[in-house]
Write a protein of this length. Structure first.
Length: 68
């Protein structure tokens, strides 16, 4: 239930169940290095691959990524 892209980094951290952004920072950095996400503005993340968010919503078992 993160809403629309781009997502606030703090919201992603909460949806993932982490206590703070330091816990998720290594994963965020890794995804940026792999080219899957990028940061359009400070404290925001967005997917680099077109329609990847929709793919995850349909295929990922974790339910925190829908746009409802």
């Amino acid at each position: 239930m993160l809403g629309h892209l781009p997502y606030a980094t703090a919201e992603v951290t909460r949806a993932w169940g982490a206590k703070n952004q330091r816990q998720t920072s290594p994963y965020r950095d890794s995804l940026i290095q792999k080219g899957l996400i990028w940061s359009p503005r400070r404290d925001q993340v967005d997917f680099s691959v077109r329609l990847f968010a929709e793919f995850l919503i349909q295929h990922h078992p974790v339910g925190g990524f829908d746009d409802e």
